[in-house]
Write a protein that binds this ligand. Structure first.
Ligand code: HEC
Length: 200
């Protein structure tokens, strides 16, 4: 009886010591002394993908590329002629002429401008403002020293369609990329709409 009590007491004391030592420093200590700890386990981490897609399968929205200008995203058609080669946000800064030869495949029809306006007012307006001035963006009230660059004046006027397309897809410095939210042809609709803002 007494022995069982003592064992239980010991166990409780050990558990309490472990808990009060906080998991992380104790873990580090165990790692230092024994070269491994409970933290390194052959188990899945939170949000880790446990199941890779089968070999050769094509994701639904591969390449973020719908088949036609007003189609929904159904995957990347083979040999798409107007899909640019891969590029990064660093390219937008370091190689600003990289996408100058990209031909805008979408004519600035009323339908395209309406689609571009819808997306611009959903995504870009918060920083660039409804007219593209930058200082009219909603974040300007909160961060007046960090206005987004103007789109309706300045350097943006001299940028090629391809450059604006690239900015939308991958971003640059403080501007995040929106390629995951705005699909290939939709980016061109936004480019057309930015051109309209510049013309006004
Ligand atoms: C979170 C704020 C934010 C959003 C949203 C945003 N931008 Fe920007 N944008 C910026 C900032 C900041 C810069 C300046 C980037 C830099 O520091 O180089 C910029 C730069 C640009 C430029 C380059 C202008 C130049 O003078 O070279 C273009 C083009 C542009 N944005 C277009 C867009 C479009 C189109 C959208 C919507 C799809 C958009 N941006 C959404 C913040 C934003």
């Amino acid at each position: 009886m007494c022995r069982r009590f003592r064992t239980r007491f010991l166990l409780t004391a050990m558990l309490a010591a472990t808990a009060s030592a906080a998991c992380v420093p104790l873990d580090d200590f165990m790692g230092d002394v024994f070269g491994r700890s409970m933290r390194d386990q052959p188990s899945f981490d939170p949000y880790e993908n446990t199941l890779l897609p089968p070999e050769g399968s094509i994701p639904f929205a591969a390449g973020n590329y719908p088949a036609g200008p007003y189609d929904v995203n159904v995957g990347q058609p083979q040999g798409s002629p107007d899909l640019p080669p891969p590029f990064t946000a660093e390219d937008m800064t370091e190689r600003p002429n990289l996408l100058d030869d990209l031909v805008n495949p979408v004519a600035p029809t009323a339908e395209s401008l309406a689609r571009g306006k819808e997306l611009y007012e959903r995504v870009c307006v918060v920083c660039h403002g409804p007219d593209g001035a930058g200082t009219t963006g909603y974040i300007f009230e909160v961060h007046p020293t960090m206005a987004a660059h103007p789109l309706n004046g300045g350097l943006a006027m001299t940028r090629s369609d391809g450059y604006i397309y690239g900015m939308i897809r991958v971003g640059r410095v403080l501007m995040p990329g929106y390629g995951h939210q705005i699909a290939h042809y939709d980016r061109w609709h936004v480019v057309n709409y930015v051109r309209q803002l510049q013309a006004n």
